[in-house]
Write a protein that binds this ligand. Sequence first.
Ligand SMILES: NC(=O)C1=CN([C@@H]2O[C@H](COP(=O)(O)OP(=O)(O)OC[C@H]3O[C@@H](n4cnc5c(N)ncnc54)[C@H](O)[C@@H]3O)[C@@H](O)[C@H]2O)C=CC1
Ligand SMILES: CC(C)CC(=O)C(=O)O
Ligand SMILES: [Mg+2]
Length: 360
Amino acid sequence: MGKQILILPGDGIGPEIMAEAVKVLELANDKFQLGFELSYDDLGGAAIDKYGVPLADETLERARAADAVLLGAVGGPKWDSIDPAIRPERGLLKIRSQLGLFGNLRPALLYPQLADASSLKPEVVAGLDILIVRELTGGIYFGQPRENKVFDNGERMAYDTLPYSESEIRRIAKVGFDMARVRSKKLCSVDKANVLASSQLWRAVVQEVAKDYPDVELSHMYVDNAAMQLVRAPKQFDVIVTDNMFGDILSDEASMLTGSIGMLPSASLDANSKGMYEPCHGSAPDIAGKGIANPLATILSVSMMLRYSFSQTQAADAIERAVSDVLDQGLRTGDIWSEGCQKVDTRTMGDAVVAALAKL
Ligand SMILES: NC(=O)C1=CN([C@@H]2O[C@H](COP(=O)(O)OP(=O)(O)OC[C@H]3O[C@@H](n4cnc5c(N)ncnc54)[C@H](O)[C@@H]3O)[C@@H](O)[C@H]2O)C=CC1
Ligand SMILES: CC(C)CC(=O)C(=O)O
Ligand SMILES: [Mg+2]
């Protein structure tokens, strides 16, 4: 039996971008004789419509049994007013947590062809290549207790909890240091240790882990400063390690340095590099159904899957090269379009990557 890939297109632009990523995956499968077998299921709003819950038990079992999962995106206005406990996003959080995918790698790489598409001056972003390592199964998105309540006088209140255990911090810190070790040997840990108890523990544990990595230069930065530094002088960073919510926010910010969030792939890994791969963006309801979404983040997530889950470096490199070749041809979806380039739709972009990959 071949390697099993479970595809979860999700909602909004999810199915549109996934159709293009699957074309690329199928070509890579043939060209590099990867022996992958693809199967499909639903997550998020699509799963609510089909199963009544955002992640059905049978889908979770299929994800557990698969060698890797490829996800589009979930959520949308259709499900915004349902019971918060079964919103589409809860299905995403559950699959991450149940599969133990604590290590989220979000590379923000500026393709030189897109220097004009970045919202920052070309000289500020030229050569940008940073990696955000985000803790993905702990922190405030999962912390208990969390509650919405109404006091006797009618006043509403709500709260969330931001817990981190030492072992949760230690294992993500190690991912950060390991990544830094094979890159520029510079790690910046981002926290809010001037205010939050969880961040104070975070910083202390990261400092302890650093003792095992004397070759890596460790720095610490408060998250508010990090948000500012990312747009002031982003190239000062190489690898950033941070918690779940800070990583969520900073990676969306970093995406704009690369031209668009439509360019940012991600890998979510467990302790054995079993992974789920997805673009960093959401279901983009504002452009869903128009056929104009950028499929490159999802296509690049396929490349990350080949690299991290299957050690298929040659195939992964080839997909990245095909993306670069298409950008060389001047093809751009609307989100990365600039003067002098040819504006194309989602399908044309996907077909162009397939054609470029076929030629390599
Ligand atoms: N991993 C996931 O499945 C995620 C799901 N969401 C969900 O997605 C829904 C929409 O959330 P938003 O805050 O609007 O974030 P979003 O990332 O979906 O969209 C933000 C902006 O970026 C644009 N955009 C996103 N992906 C794009 C692409 N591939 N090509 C071109 N433009 C793109 C959108 O058109 C929009 O203007 C919500 O229901 C949210 O909860 C949000 C983030 C992650
Ligand atoms: C929709 C959230 C659960 C997650 C998110 O925004 C993300 O992982 O980027
Ligand atoms: Mg996000």
